[in-house]
Design a protein around this ligand. Structure first.
Ligand code: FPP
Ligand code: MG
Ligand code: MG
Length: 326
């Protein structure tokens, strides 16, 4: 739950989110297959903000939110998201997700990969029920997710590291928020120009969200986010604030470049030193300015939409991303 926008939610939206929650579980539970069912609901039970289903439901408010398929669309987008997390944790060899053991740790890589595939297949079944246009949008978004993950794996090469990082974010994170927002509009029956503005909102919000995540990884002193600060550094992931900080002049940036040149930072003292250097660097302000700029672009797209309460909730989501610290 995102408390910041909770106040802006109507009883109907809350009820919609509760239905998404129930249908998420029922879509994955098969009494004949208790092992697969348990492994499939593992990361659903672990938590998550349900940001994507919320965006679907808010998008549908620009049409008729009572249309059949709106809740299913919320389930679909969350299934794709959680599927990508099962796979991501294998690729990142991550032991923890949402404060519990990742599926690869709890079981093994094979189980995690197959369960991710299972969620993706369930999402496809729902997509078929929602029609060709949904299926096409869903397939295109998944293409972008894969492309983003590949781009991240291949790395920037000799190219511009910041531009590369933004491109990765667009595909691996923003594409799914764009799908959520657009799909909400489409299943709600909103006009095409509204669906387009919703997609733009989702896309820009997605990048803002990812950069704010990167800032939290540096700034959060206590692991209130369910994550440990410096995780990206330990994994050798150079995020936007880190890339900006490395571009600076003087002894701080020089030392930072030295620490990070060797790849993933495994030594605790070096992680602490790098975090200290980052916290005192210009990289933080530049990245925070980027979060504000992308959130502003999302707001700009929203300004094209009718001024209904859902628009206000989406605007509050923009504010939340700019101000959140966990
Ligand atoms: C988390 O990023 C991962 C993603 C946002 C996307 C992962 C995409 C794939 C695995 C490809 C598509 C796969 C499917 C099944 C659709 P992160 O590792 O930077 O962040 P986190 O681990 O800290 O959440
Ligand atoms: Mg990861
Ligand atoms: Mg990853």
């Amino acid at each position: 739950r995102i408390e910041a926008v909770d106040g802006a939610l109507t009883a109907a939206l809350r009820a919609g989110l509760e239905r998404v929650e129930r249908e998420l579980r029922s879509s994955l539970t098969d009494p004949d297959d208790p092992f697969l069912s348990a492994a499939a609901v593992h990361l659903i039970d672990a938590g998550g903000k349900r940001l994507r289903p919320l965006i679907v439901l808010l998008g549908a408010e620009f049409g008729d939110p009572r249309r059949p398929g709106v809740v299913q669309a919320g389930v679909l987008v969350e299934l794709v998201h959680v599927a990508s997390l099962y796979h991501d944790d294998v690729m990142d060899e991550a032991p923890v997700r949402h404060g519990v053991s990742s599926a690869n740790k709890r079981w093994n890589n094979s189980v995690a990969v197959l369960v991710g595939d299972f969620l993706l297949a369930r999402a496809a079944e729902i997509g078929v029920g929602l029609g060709d246009e949904t299926m096409r949008m869903q397939a295109q978004a998944i293409n972008r997710l894969v492309r983003g993950q590949i781009l991240e794996t291949v790395g920037p090469g000799e190219g511009d590291t910041v531009a590369h990082c933004i491109e990765v974010m667009r595909d691996k994170s923003a594409a799914l928020l764009a799908l959520a927002a657009r799909l909400g509009g489409v299943v709600g029956g909103a006009p095409p120009e509204v669906c387009q503005a919703l997609a733009t909102t989702g896309e820009q919000l997605g990048i803002a969200f990812q950069i704010s995540d990167d800032l939290i990884d540096i700034l959060t002193a206590s692991p209130a986010s369910g994550k440990t600060p410096g995780t990206d550094l330990r994994q050798g992931v150079l995020t936007i604030p880190v890339l900006y900080a490395m571009q600076g002049e003087g002894p701080g940036p020089r030392r930072l470049r030295e620490i990070l040149a060797a790849g993933p930072v495994t030594d605790d003292a070096l992680v602490a030193e790098a975090l200290e250097l980052l916290r005192g660097s210009e990289g933080l302000e530049r990245a925070a300015a980027d979060v504000t700029a992308y959130a502003d672009r999302a707001r700009q797209a929203l300004s094209l939409l009718p001024a209904i309460p859902a628009r206000q909730a989406l605007e509050e989501l923009c504010d939340y991303i700019v101000s959140r610290d966990r």
